[in-house]
Design a protein around this ligand. Structure first.
Ligand SMILES: CC(=O)N[C@H]1[C@@H](OP(=O)(O)OP(=O)(O)OC[C@H]2O[C@@H](n3ccc(=O)[nH]c3=O)[C@H](O)[C@@H]2O)O[C@H](CO)[C@@H](O)[C@@H]1O[C@H](C)C(=O)N[C@@H](C)C(=O)N[C@H](CCC(=O)O)C(=O)O
Ligand SMILES: Nc1ncnc2c1ncn2[C@@H]1O[C@H](COP(=O)(O)OP(=O)(O)OP(=O)(O)O)[C@@H](O)[C@H]1O
Length: 489
């Protein structure tokens, strides 16, 4: 049997020949025996730079835009565009057997996929999750290195899930992934769109191109249905543009297919009633903040769109204790509310900061903020400005500058914060010291939020990588400060 993989590539099974291809991989460091090694042209390297390593690990052939000197080569013009379909074929088209629920959008992907995973599990399914924090299934979990893995890894992971008896997969899909063909070859049951706001312009250039990258997911070839948040401006544009069945959800518009009302958000959690064409249900989330209502609607609408049971799904959402690093509470024994969040764009700030203010109307909101290097420079000033518009104290510090000068990043954020003429602004390069300063500013009942990194486990500056988890560091800073205060009194 032969299979057409595109206009100019035709593959024949190789059993009985010298080279038997049993898998596919695009990274020489993780190639497995029997793999077709996809040698991609990159910004820094060409995959063929590592062909010796790939061969030594057992790669039997290469797919590339240049001939390998070491292994038989399938030559194609744009290899990245071939990997998804090819990997899907090699692994027996796992997404055709397995319902895959995709979630895309600027903010809310991780939260919505955790919620969707919990809801699907509550309907009795064994689940798999591919996301920016973790990749996990029945065989275990491993920390994610990216929001969406490369195409070969996506297909290998889906095949593993299928073979382990998974009944539904939830997957975060970044715009980078769409542009880089990482999800080509995935057939989705539904794809959900959460929202679109300024981010990633370093990669996409303009908002229109960013939107187009997301919108490219919503075609009949890729998904059976679209799930769209119509409270978002780009969501409404998407609804008007797509040619697949669309399920809308809203917190404001009762004419949406799925609608939430009776919304209550406080420190105990988030409660609302969901109304769908197949019934209504009360929902109680442990997660904090009104944005989690939108994320829960993304999860519930995806399930309803696929014919699932909304009452069981809603009950499933209640089983989720939290999402790592997303308004995650840090217990320190001190009488302050300390939270860590992944807020790293102004859209997220506008959603969360009014809620955080409302938690302590008489007390102070203290924010620690920073900007990551190698990301859209236009985000930095507004990040500082918005933070200082809402908060009482803003501590501007360093994140992972990667290859950039941390001083430049810090100055841009601080400039925005000072320009707001609102909060008291303190600039401290050392992140650990910034947490100490925040802890020392806090009085009883105040709210401290370490924003921007969530549960990221390390800081990266040039070639230097050091372990740094905001949750541990904030807890330590609060405890140290409490101990020092006790010793003084
Ligand atoms: C801009 C971007 O997406 N770049 C990705 C791209 O890098 P690149 O073109 O520079 O590749 P390269 O490092 O020159 O390497 C070329 C080839 O050699 C291979 N190689 C390289 C080294 C080696 O030892 N062995 C080896 O085989 C690589 O696997 C690659 O195929 O291909 C690399 C390998 O596949 C990716 O690791 C890299 O992602 C980098 C790390 C990255 O930061 N990506 C971010 C922007 C990203 O994708 N983010 C989105 C989500 C963002 C969000 O929503 O917040 C994501 O999905 O994570
Ligand atoms: N529905 C939402 N609307 C606006 N902001 C949100 C929403 N959901 C989450 N956020 C904010 O975005 C941050 C990241 O959330 P989450 O990780 O769920 O989204 P994501 O799309 O996976 O993010 P990223 O692409 O940056 O990894 C949260 O910490 C919160 O500050």
């Amino acid at each position: 049997m032969a299979e057409h993989l595109g206009d100019d590539l035709r593959a024949e099974p190789t059993e009985g020949h010298d080279h038997v291809i049993t898998g596919i991989g695009d990274d020489s460091r993780t190639v497995q025996p029997g793999d077709l090694y996809v040698a991609l042209p990159g910004r820094r390297f060409h995959g063929l730079d590592f062909e010796e390593e790939a061969a030594a690990r057992g790669a039997v052939a290469v797919l590339s835009d240049r001939p390998s000197r070491r292994l038989p080569t399938l030559l194609v013009d744009r290899p990245r565009e071939r990997v998804g379909a090819l990997a899907s074929w090699i692994f027996g088209h796992p997404s055709q057997e397995l319902p895959v629920y995709g979630v895309t959008g600027t903010n809310g992907k991780t939260s919505a996929t955790y919620l969707l995973d919990a809801a699907l599990a509550a309907t009795g399914l064994v689940t798999g999750l591919i996301g920016g924090v973790v990749v996990r299934g029945p065989a275990g979990a491993c920390p994610a290195t990216r929001t969406t893995p490369e195409a070969a890894v996506v297909q290998r992971t889906l095949a593993g899930f299928r073979d382990q008896g998974v009944g539904a997969v939830t997957m975060e899909v970044s715009s980078h992934a769409v542009s880089q063909h990482r999800v080509d070859g995935v057939r989705f049951r539904t794809v959900a769109f959460t929202n679109l706001a300024r981010d990633h312009l370093d990669f996409h250039g303009t908002m229109e191109r960013y939107f187009a990258a997301k919108a490219a997911l919503f075609t009949a070839e890729r998904t059976r249905a679209a799930v769209v948040n119509v409270d978002d401006e780009y969501g409404r544009r998407l609804r008007a543009a797509v040619n697949v069945p669309v399920w809308t959800h809203s917190m404001r518009d009762p004419s949406a297919d799925v609608y939430a009302d009776a919304i209550r958000c406080d420190l105990a959690g988030t409660a609302f009633t969901v109304h769908t064409p197949v019934g209504s249900a009360p929902v109680r989330l442990s997660l904090l903040g009104p944005h989690q209502v939108a994320n829960a609607l993304t999860a519930l609408t995806s399930i309803v769109a696929a014919g699932g049971d909304v009452v069981r799904a809603a009950a499933g959402l209640e089983t989720l204790a939290g999402v790592p690093g997303r308004l995650e509470r840090v217990e320190s024994g001190r009488d302050v509310l300390a939270l860590v969040d992944y807020m790293h764009n102004t859209a997220g700030q506008h959603e969360l900061l009014p809620f955080l203010r409302s938690l302590a109307p008489e007390r102070r909101l203290i924010l620690v903020i920073s900007a990551t290097g190698e990301r859209d420079p236009g985000k930095r000033f507004p990040l500082g400005h918005t933070a200082a518009t809402y908060a009482d104290v803003v501590v501007v510090t360093d994140d992972s500058p990667l290859s950039e000068d941390p001083h430049v990043l810090r100055e841009a954020v601080a400039e925005g914060a000072f320009a707001a003429n609102g909060a008291r602004v303190i600039v401290e390069a050392d992140r650990r010291r910034a947490f100490e300063i925040a802890a020392s500013c806090a009085g009883p009942g105040d709210v401290i939020v370490a924003a921007g990194r969530g549960c990221e486990p390390r800081l990266v500056a040039g070639e230097t990588v050091r372990a740094f988890d905001d949750r541990d560091e904030l807890r330590r800073a609060l405890r140290r400060h409490a101990a020092a205060r006790a010793a003084r009194s």
